[in-house]
Design a protein around this ligand. Structure first.
Ligand code: 6U4
Ligand code: NA
Ligand code: NA
Length: 182
């Protein structure tokens, strides 16, 4: 790659980490994949400002986002590599609304994506809602890297990582690391 562009990706998670809000990308890069909400950081804004703006534009809600990770992706033949700051929040305000770019939907977080042993204590912001009737996180319809760092995100850890893709968006090599379990 020849340059690096700044992006954001934001996830709203229930306090017990049993539910996550994802959006189906309706157009452009990654169309047809489920992901968090995000996009390019504009020149005049910080990544946090961009993350808040994109979540509002794409899902219609505001959330007190906290940065929880940084990811780096390079794609064969694409000049600009992606530096993606990942954010999470355990509460939000507003009404979740479909946009031109994203169709939001809640998913239940399957046990495979949750830490073994006990989860961190519920922060008490919101009651743990029933996730039983929701579909599981659709890993087969998401970027291939997501299954490696999402467990760190759901465990309330902090993480960094990198993945290299070929021109067909097949993930060729990757590494991810997280802060110690809380
Ligand atoms: P415009 O052209 O302005 O509408 P914008 O909304 O700024 O685009 P967009 O939606 O193309 O940007 O941003 C790409 C989104 O995809 C960002 O949230 C980052 C995310 N993304 C890109 N590669 C990813 C990958 N390998 N794994 C992942 N998310 C990725 O989980
Ligand atoms: Na976007
Ligand atoms: Na944008």
């Amino acid at each position: 790659y020849k340059s690096v562009k700044l992006y954001t990706n934001a996830f709203v998670i229930s306090p017990d980490s049993r539910k996550v809000l994802l959006g189906l990308k309706k157009r452009g890069f990654g169309v047809g994949l489920w992901n968090g909400f995000g996009g390019k950081v504009d020149p005049e804004e910080t990544p946090l400002q961009a993350a808040i703006r994109e979540l509002e534009e794409e899902a219609g809600i505001k959330a007190p986002l906290e940065q929880c990770g940084t990811l780096f992706f390079a794609v064969d033949g694409v000049d600009a590599a992606f530096n993606i700051d990942v954010y999470r929040a355990y509460e939000y305000t507003g009404t979740i609304t479909e946009s031109d770019e994203m169709r939001p939907q809640w998913f239940s977080v399957q046990d495979d994506l949750l830490p073994r042993g006990h989860l961190p204590a519920n922060t008490g912001h919101a009651p743990a809602e029933d996730s039983a009737e929701l579909p599981p996180v659709p890993l087969e319809q998401m970027w291939a890297d997501d299954e490696f760092w999402m467990p760190l995100m759901f465990a309330r850890r902090y993480f960094v990582g990198r993945a290299d893709f070929n021109a067909d968006n097949k993930m060729l090599k990757w590494w991810f690391a997280g802060s110690p379990p809380a």
